[in-house]
Design a protein around this ligand. Structure first.
Ligand SMILES: [Zn+2]
Length: 267
């Protein structure tokens, strides 16, 4: 789960008075309004084509998800921009389970999960949620029982469901395969220890090996740690747990080799 800044509502959701009135009378939410192509495009940009909960890539199969379910008696929710997210089909289904949606009052439900576009007041997702070296989500231990603690605990349970956990672990194995190839880890650690990576100070004998190591660090950063990649929030934490090299160090190595080559830096 990656915290996002929600932009202004897209045009199709600015005046939904007629759609809300129709829903209130017919009981049907209009897919052409809440899943208008402009709304879907805005969600895809905000979530970088990833599921808002599990961060699997959903480039061509994302679903528009109502965080709090709409209901005939609460028609505004169907077209409320703040209530809409981009989800994979699996999370959309699992989120409907009892336990993640609990009754509030009357037909209203409340969703007991963290919202990555609106974390509990005063909190950051990164202060609430982490991943261990096996990609298992956990809540930060220091939290006292609060609304944030309840939402975090349920989100941890949701993210540790066997399906998303297996996908994250598979991703980790791919990342470790890239990291392990040719024994680059010790060279990366040497470079991390330097305040500034300075290739001009390298001996001719070391130069090729160290440039190869930078190239590999750039590949690992680009393939696994940039925000556009699946499960990047988890991978950024796990890479340090497994290699003792943090994502910012991979970023620094990636920037160094790209500046040398004169190619654009990764986002
Ligand atoms: Zn998902």
């Amino acid at each position: 789960m990656r915290e996002v800044v929600r932009p202004c509502a897209p045009a199709p959701l600015l005046d939904t008075t007629a759609a809300v009135a129709r829903l209130a009378s017919t009981g049907d939410a209009d897919h052409n309004v809440y899943a208008h192509p402009d709304v879907v495009a805005a969600l895809r940009r905000m979530y970088l084509d990833k599921c808002f909960l599990c961060e699997v890539g959903v480039a061509n199969h994302g679903e528009v998800e109502h965080f709090v379910p709409w209901h005939q008696q609460y028609p505004d929710r169907a077209y409320d921009w703040a209530n809409l997210h981009l989800s994979c089909g699996s999370c959309n289904q699992r989120k409907r389970r009892t336990g993640y949606r609990v009754p509030a009052r009357g037909p209203a439900n409340r969703t007991v999960l963290l919202d990555p576009s609106a974390p509990p007041t005063g909190s950051k997702l990164s202060d609430l949620l982490s991943f261990d070296g096996e990609c298992r989500a956990f809540a930060h231990a220091a939290m006292v029982p609060t609304v944030a603690a309840e939402l975090t605990s349920k989100t941890v349970e949701f993210l540790n469901d066997p399906e998303p956990l297996t996908l994250r672990h598979r991703r980790l194995m791919s990342m470790l395969t890239v990291a392990a190839t040719d024994g680059f880890v010790p060279k990366w650690k040497d470079m991390c220890a330097e305040a500034a990576i300075d290739p001009t100070s390298w001996s001719a004998a070391d130069r090729k090996l160290l440039f190869d190591a930078l190239d590999r660090a750039d590949a690992l950063y680009g393939q696994f740690l940039t925000d556009t990649q699946p499960h990047s929030s988890c991978m950024k934490m796990v890479v340090f747990e497994r290699l003792r090299i943090g994502a910012p160090d991979f970023r620094r190595m990636s920037d160094t080799i790209r500046e040398i080559k004169g190619v654009p830096l990764l986002p």
